[in-house]
Design a protein around this ligand. Structure first.
Ligand SMILES: Cc1cc2nc3c(=O)[nH]c(=O)nc-3n(C[C@H](O)[C@H](O)[C@H](O)COP(=O)(O)O)c2cc1C
Length: 244
């Protein structure tokens, strides 16, 4: 194993920070690393908004269900899918195509790839953090806080800072459940996921001193039902991502 893979495999989310600011040169390095993500057809259809204004942070934390680490982290970034730049700067474009589902996927993927690269860069610099999908609890309010125009939507946020905690790593699905050969298959998954459910039950129990006793299937089902965000589709369409 090399240093890069060791870093990738040491991943865990960090929600508590020690109060130190993130140095400007590190912020710059993180953003530059994000820029070197692969991007569909060189479109670079994303924007990264650094939010430093404490009032905006408080409002965003409120939208995300009171996630205090959004207020406390020294560096908070919001990754947006951005097709507005395409409409403004690209030549020979029929703006109608920007409403295609394909363009929505492309811009969302671009934002996510940039975010993951930024996250890894941050971890390599001794920082830790957590992605914040909770901003999608109310995309309208987030868009208004960040002045987002048509064809720009916030995919997720990201808290970064120097870690003040070192959580147990959350075990992942067995490799054979996610890695298949030559085509889709669920062969063997049932037994593997049953074992994994036992492992996750032990993990949550250990992490919470026995207070939480749920497995992966229970956790995911209940998490998904608690945030179905049924209004996201309508909002995205209002922003001009037509999803045709
Ligand atoms: C797109 C995305 C959105 C997430 N949103 C939140 C969030 O709003 N709040 C939070 O505390 N964690 C959030 N997370 C972190 C996940 O809960 C976490 O990555 C997952 O439980 C696995 O734990 P680990 O990162 O410590 O391995 C998010 C992760 C991703 C990738």
């Amino acid at each position: 194993m090399n240093e890069t893979i060791r870093l990738l495999k040491a991943h865990r989310s960090v929600r508590k920070y020690d109060g130190r600011a993130v140095e400007d040169e590190k912020v710059e390095a993180i953003i530059e690393a994000a820029q070197w993500s692969a991007t569909s057809s060189h479109y670079q259809a994303y924007s990264i908004i650094q939010v430093s204004d404490p009032d905006k942070r408080r409002l965003i934390a409120g939208v995300a269900g009171g996630q205090q680490w959004i207020v406390e982290c020294p560096l908070f970034l919001v990754y947006c899918a951005n097709l507005k730049r395409s409409k403004t700067f690209w030549e020979g474009l029929d703006p109608e195509v920007l409403g295609n589902t394909e363009m929505f996927i492309m811009a969302t993927v671009d934002a996510a790839l940039a975010a993951q690269k930024a996250f890894i860069a941050a971890q390599s610099l001794g920082l830790g953090g957590v992605f914040i999908g909770g901003i999608r609890n109310d995309l309208k309010t987030i868009s208004s806080i960040l002045d987002l125009p048509e064809l720009v939507y916030p995919v997720f946020g990201m808290c970064l800072g120097y870690p003040a905690e070192n959580n147990l790593q959350k075990p992942r699905l067995p490799k054979d459940v996610i890695h298949k050969q030559d085509g889709y298959s669920e062969e063997g998954d049932k037994a593997l996921i049953a074992d994994y459910n036992n492992l996750i039950r032990c993990y949550y129990s250990e992490r919470t001193g026995g207070k939480e006793q749920f497995n992966w299937s229970e956790h995911c089902g209940s998490a998904m039902m608690s945030k179905t965000r049924d209004e996201v589709g309508e909002f995205i369409r209002e922003k001009g991502f037509g999803l045709r």
